[in-house]
Write a protein that binds this ligand. Structure first.
Ligand code: 6PG
Length: 254
């Protein structure tokens, strides 16, 4: 039987033998979190992950879970966005909608994309105000995240000023090297939310997963800061991404 296992006092792991099973579990966990949020708070406000990993999760929500939630109580947000128009191939909004979310009966006025097509400073201030208006005193019921090869999450890249932001919930930043302008939730928005799930799948993640999970909370890997004692982050992995994790009892105690 597959169970959620504790990594430390801030993170839990769920490791599937295959990528397909990890995707199915991630979609089920998304739905369960939504059901619980709607029961408790009358709404499910979720910040969606970008990149390629979540595409299959969004597709599974549409194909397997269409009748599992009252979609009129679901509010979609994004954890980060590339500063491009919504129809651009690199848009996280376009990726999520085309991967399956556009097939779900979510009221269009409850789909809150980040406006990547306008000035990043204006768009980040606008999104910050939107979050405060729609969500406070709470924040997101779920923040979906991935992890990059450098340990970034959302668009919180190593050694960038936005990592130090303590007040704003959204900021404008640059992807290093590529110098691509990005919009991203900040750590106050992520840490202030009810639940964080991180999905990392495949052999390409086998090196960064142990680095991030073994690093100190304030390491050079922004993703190592995810999770708190009172709100553990759930890392959903497949065996390929978890291959180098020391999962026996020899795991270094923190
Ligand atoms: C993005 C994401 C980013 C992503 C990681 C992992 O906009 O690209 O927010 O943080 O989650 O880079 O990307 P993959 O899922 O493509 O490996």
């Amino acid at each position: 039987m597959r169970t959620i296992q504790s990594w430390d006092d801030r993170r839990d792991l769920w490791i599937a033998p295959t990528e397909e099973e990890a995707i199915l579990f991630a979609a089920q966990h998304w739905i369960l979190t939504g059901q619980r949020s709607i029961q408790r708070r009358g709404r499910f406000a979720v910040a969606l992950a970008g990149g390629s990993t979540p595409k299959s999760i969004y597709g599974t929500l549409a194909s397997h879970h269409r009748n599992a939630l009252p979609w009129n109580q679901v509010h979609l947000f994004w954890g980060d966005e590339r500063c491009v128009p919504p129809d651009h191939p690199e848009s996280n909004y376009r990726m999520a909608m085309e991967s399956g979310l556009s097939e779900l009966p979510i009221p269009p006025h409850q789909i809150h994309r980040m406006h990547g097509e306008i000035s990043p400073e204006v768009a980040s201030r606008e999104y910050d105000l939107l979050i405060r208006k729609l969500l406070l005193p709470g924040l997101f019921d779920l923040v979906m995240l991935g992890v990059g090869d450098d340990g970034h999450t959302a668009s919180l890249f190593p050694h960038t000023p936005i990592l130090e932001e303590v007040n704003a919930y959204v900021g404008a930043t640059l992807k290093p090297v590529a110098l691509q302008q990005r919009l991203t939730l900040t750590f106050p928005a992520i840490h202030g939310s009810h639940h964080v799930m991180v999905c990392a799948l495949g052999k390409a993640k086998e090196a960064i997963v142990p680095l991030v999970l073994n690093a100190a909370v304030h390491s050079s890997f922004p993703a190592s800061a995810l999770g708190a004692h009172d709100k553990k982050a759930l890392w959903i992995l497949d065996a390929a991404a978890a291959r180098l994790l020391p999962l026996s009892d020899t795991k270094p105690k923190k």
